[in-house]
Design a protein around this ligand. Structure first.
Ligand SMILES: [Mg+2]
Length: 231
């Protein structure tokens, strides 16, 4: 595949978001002493991720701000707590956030793949749905932030993935043509279907072999990516 530029997703592509959220959530819940049995703990963990998916999506559609979706999540997650006060809700959410951030880890193949693309002369960007400051900090703490690899977070873009404007803005900022830009990420909808609809090339990253039914070009790790640089 001949490409001029590479766009990489961040969460669950470069950084193990789901693993960090899971480990962080469990250590936060243990600190709160909320679960009285292993079954109850699993129930809480499951409920947390259902609420996360529901309200994070609403924030991506701009129905809620990033801060509002956190407040809605924490209030629904802890219905017995009086979290009507915004500052208090933020404070309780910050407890989870600290545990989550402490658990951030880059995947083993992330830094090497970025380096390989940069050395090949490709403009590389990170295109992620999320808050610019948080996503940049995530990259910094996991050792992936580089001055030659811009971070395009949806909070700083006209729209979030899978809106075509997100991919097209990132391509424009990299000075690359969409048809010669490769988008790689773990989400079929956000990183592959949306990217192709916007005219980019795309590869699905299926690290855990859970998306075998997806009828799209797939890699199991970033090291499997092969390209010819036309940059
Ligand atoms: Mg992702």
């Amino acid at each position: 595949m001949t490409i001029q530029a590479l766009l990489l997703d961040l969460d669950d592509t470069l950084v193990d978001h789901r693993g960090a959220a899971d480990r962080g959530l469990r250590s936060w819940l243990a600190g709160l002493g909320l679960a009285s049995s292993p079954a109850e703990l699993e129930e809480l963990v499951e409920r947390w991720f259902v609420l996360e998916a529901r309200h994070y999506e609403r924030a991506q559609r701009r129905e809620l701000t990033h801060t509002e979706q956190r407040r809605v999540r924490i209030r629904e997650f802890l219905p017995g707590w009086d979290l009507a006060d915004d500052a208090l809700a933020d404070d309780v959410f910050a407890g989870f956030l600290g545990c989550y951030q402490a658990a951030w880890r880059a995947f083993h193949d992330a830094a090497a793949t970025i380096e390989r693309a940069v050395r090949a002369g490709l403009p590389v960007g990170i295109l992620t749905n999320g808050d610019q400051a948080i996503q940049t900090e995530k990259l910094r703490r996991t050792g992936l932030l580089r001055s030659d690899v811009p971070v395009f977070a949806s909070s700083s873009l006209p729209a979030a993935k899978p809106d075509p404007r997100s991919y097209l803005t990132a391509c424009a900022r990299l000075g690359a043509e969409p048809a010669h830009t490769l988008m790689v990420g773990d989400s079929l909808r956000h990183d592959v279907v949306g990217a192709r609809d916007a005219g980019l090339q795309a590869r699905l990253l299926d690290r855990y072999g859970r998306q075998r039914d997806a009828q799209v070009p797939t890699v199991r790790g970033l090291a499997e990516l092969r390209w010819v640089s036309a940059a």
